[in-house]
Design a protein around this ligand. Sequence first.
Ligand code: GDP
Length: 350
Amino acid sequence: AVILYSRKIQRPGLFGFLKKPLVEMLVAVEEMNANERHLATSPTRIDTQGKLVDSDKINELQTQIESIEKTLNRFISTETEHIDGIVHKERPKLFEKYYEILLNSDVDENIVKKIMNITQNRLNFSSVNENTIQNAIKLLIKEYLGSASVLDKNKKDQSRIVFVGPTGVGKTTTLAKLAAKISVEMDKSVGLITADTYRIAAVEQLRTYSEILNIPIKVIYEPGEIVGALEDYRNKDMILIDTAGRNHKVEEQLYEVKDLISFVGNPDIFLVISATMAYRDILSMVRSYNFLEQYKLLFTKLDEASTVGNILNIKTLTGKPLSYFTIGQSVPDDIEVAKAEKIANMIMGE
Ligand code: GDP
């Protein structure tokens, strides 16, 4: 028999406290023969001299335990539902509020369910309150987002960085912001290359930044031309390359980007995504860049986005690291390292 519970209690009655105390025990018996069964079917009391006593009090205790269990189940439920093959615990009431908050931040419903499920499993029900739930969810979101992968200013070899993504997301502006950071804050030499020749304005825009920042720029019209441009920049510490956004739904146009990347060798690639884009559009865009094995996610226009759940959605979907966030039009100031804490706070509505 295993003793589950024991305590000393006074005998009932007016002069109970004068008599020897009783020992109350709750025991579990794994296997028993028929003769013993009657002893184990209900918790039994013995006094300190080993005599059996009545079990009324124990029944009362059982009722109390059942009532405590019911109360706890209101917070931590063990009932489950199966969705997409994943076992999900039924949501306790205290979690409901956060479920809504995450959905309102446009976090994908499946991710919200996963977060809730894991948080429920992690929390010890004796310590559950709003604060612990909130902190546990935030911690999990931060774990999902991971740490930012940024430009390495201590890298000995030359860094080649290619910016890809649809037109209008802010590639050129972001490239100019990073170019300024590299040359001013990191004190490294930079060369710019643009292949975004479909829009005259895009070339002119980058040329203007290059003049202001006093950084050289080269314009290429065919992917193969990049070889010569890279050769000219062989002494630069970092080379930033802008590509044409165009229509990512047209495969042929993506080949050009693919071609260009193959000429560059082994570049760091930033996939630039506007935080204001609809989830469906981001999904379609990200899928069209599936041919890229490695890239970093760079989200722009956080200042204009009403919700940032898509950042968590896309990070979870692709598994690629976050890099930078841009937070306004101003070059070079409106860019920062992508901190998980910031997004976790925004998603939680803080
Ligand atoms: P590209 O076509 O991807 O190269 O995009 P551009 O760099 O030309 O930017 C398109 C527009 O978005 C421009 O008006 C930029 O000023 C604006 N933009 C870029 N980054 C941000 C940002 O972080 N916040 C806001 N509000 N606007 C931005």
